[in-house]
Every structure is written in C-alpha cells, then in structure tokens.
Ligand binder design. Structure first.
Ligand code: ZN
Length: 338
C-alpha cells in the first residue's frame, strides 16, 4: 500500500507499533507536542510520530522540505532559495572597494571615508569591513552618499588608489564563470569555489569531519589554501598560467580573481585566463578527491600536462581558425608557455 509518499512511517507500521510491539510506555509529551517528542524523545517513539510526517504536516509547502544529501559520509542540506532571496536588504547598502595596492589599516580607512564621504551633522556612519586582502565592503546607509561615491568611482585612501563599485555578492565574479568558451563542469566547480561552497576540510570540520591538505599536510584545508596558497597547487598554477597575466601570478585567491576581472587584458587573453583558472580549479579539486579516496597522487608535472591538454582541446573545439573573433587563441596559449 502506498500513501502520500511517506515511506518512513506508513500507517500499517504505526498501527503495529501502537498494538504493543513497542514496549515503551506512552509519552505524554508526544501527544501534546509531537515535534518536540520527535526531536528529543527515544527512538521508540518513531512508530507513533515519524520525523518525516511531522515535517510534512507542519510545513507550509513543499519548498520547506529539507533535501538531505549524504556524500562521503557527510550530510549536507540545501537551504531553500526562498529563504535567501529576502536577504537583499542586508547588502543593498554596501559598496565594494578594491585597493590597487596594499590596503591601508582598517582604522585609517574607516576614519578617512567617514571624513570625506560622511555628511557633517549627520549621524549615519560608514562601516568598513575587509572581505579580502585588498577588498573592503563599505556599508553606507544614505543613498545620496552612495551614489556620490559611486559616480566618482576612483578614490584615494592614504594615497592608495581605491576603485569603488556596486556590491552584489552573487554576480560579483560572474564574468569569470559564464563565458561562451567555458566547460560547464569546470565552470560549476569554480562557481562553488568562488562561493566557498566546496566541502573543504575547513568547512567539513564543523560537521566533525577533519581533512588536512592532501597535497602538503597543512591542517587547515581552506578554499584559499587550495587555490593557490598551497605549495603544490601554486607551483601547478604557475605552470598552467604561464605568463598570461603579464606579471607574476599571486597565490592569493582574491587577488587572482580581482586581477583577472580588473586587469586590462585583450579579449583572447581574457578567455584563456578564465579557461586556465576554471580548468585548474576543477583538476585540483578532482585530484584532491582522488588522493583522498584512492591514495594515489599525480606529480605537479603530470597534472599540469593534463590541464594543458584539456585547455588545448577546448581551444580546438571553439573552431578558432575559422572564427574571426577567436583567431589566434591557440597561438596566444602557446606563446604564453614558451
Ligand atoms: Zn596544501
């Protein structure tokens, strides 16, 4: 017999349990407040009130049914998008600032922006928060002040050039992810990395699952360590990216993304930089998982060759020879690796 999809506690089982298969005496709390009894009561109460049925009964709609995923023994749950959509007010009054050099001390930034942007006689203050080594968030409640700061775009704080832009957490790096020549599965892993949603050791530790860096043994396996602060992955990144940047690559994740986004690269170089980033992130993550599960490991050179081959395959697949807009793509890739 099938009921409305609740396979955990079908009516037949509940009935059998109530008839005496379950020896525990009835728990009054479970009658008065089923959700509490389910959360805290003994396993024996399972027959009377199933966890899933409580969730279904007390839910406002299907969107609130949590979707648990068990991967590598680690449980993850998706938060319904509806819950996150209302978060806009939290960041809509924020502007993001990129320092073009080493950032001044936060106290200096705070004092300076409140002096040059703040309005005399007004109480509303500007909050400053670092979100990267050279990236800061400015929280400016006054809309007039925000548009005045934005309209000039370039500022100086303690003589360090600062570029200010609109802060939108989801789309800030979207140009690095969505471009026609991307490989979808590489783009997806990179998108997760950008949102810091890959299950790195740093993130799984809160679920009691400890994971050190499989490449170098660093105890805190963070996103920023993997891309590309780790000695292994940075050596790899140097080989993969060659001299596409036109300057020495930086091991810092935020700086890497920032220079790809803000640097003045021609169209083809920009495509190759994004391909190099996405392919590297994908292969580093895959190799990391291979090492964890199979105990085997590739050398930097082996992995670099795989990545290089994958990128060249992708370039070939774009038909760059007959596409005027992409003509020269392979040539630039080769000359960046001489
Ligand atoms: Zn490492």
């Amino acid at each position: 017999m099938r009921d409305n999809g609740d396979s955990v506690s079908p009516p037949a089982l509940s009935e059998a349990t109530a008839k005496g298969i379950e020896p525990d005496p009835p728990d009054d709390r479970s009658r008065v407040s089923p959700p509490l009894a389910v959360g805290t009561g003994p396993v024996g109460n399972r027959g009377r009130v199933s966890y899933s049925s409580v969730l279904v009964e007390s839910s406002a709609g299907p969107a609130l049914n949590p979707n648990f995923v068990l991967k590598d023994g680690v449980a993850a749950v998706d938060i319904p998008a509806e819950l996150l959509e209302d978060s806009e007010p939290l960041w809509k009054c924020c502007l993001v600032g990129y320092f073009m050099n080493e950032a001044p001390h936060i106290g200096t930034i705070h004092a300076t922006v409140n002096r040059i942007w703040g309005q005399p006689g007004r109480k509303s203050r500007i909050d400053v928060q670092f979100i990267g080594k050279t990236t800061v968030l400015f929280r400016i409640e006054d809309a007039g002040t925000r548009s005045r700061v934005l309209s000039r775009k370039f500022w100086h704080i303690s003589e360090v050039p600062l570029m200010v832009g609109v802060w939108t957490p989801e789309v800030r790096w979207s140009k690095l992810i969505w471009f026609p020549q991307r490989v979808p599965r590489y783009a997806f892993i990179t998108w997760l990395a950008i949102r810091d949603r890959l299950a790195t050791g740093h993130r799984t530790r809160q679920w009691g699952h400890v994971q050190w860096c499989v490449y170098c043994g660093e105890p805190d396996e963070t996103r920023d360590h993997l891309f590309f602060a780790c000695p292994y992955t940075f050596t790899l990144w140097l080989q993969v990216v060659g001299n596409l940047f036109g300057s020495d690559p930086d091991p810092d994740w935020e700086i890497t993304l920032q220079s790809m986004l803000l640097g003045s690269y021609d169209r083809l170089t920009s495509i190759l930089l994004r391909l190099a980033l996405q392919t590297s992130v994908y292969f580093i993550w895959r190799e990391r998982n291979d090492r964890r599960h199979n105990g085997t490991g590739k050398t930097v050179d082996q992995l670099a060759r795989l990545i290089d081959k994958s990128i060249r395959n992708r370039i070939t697949a774009t038909n760059y020879r007959s596409n005027q807009k992409l003509y020269g793509l392979m040539q630039i890739w080769f000359s960046a690796h001489l």
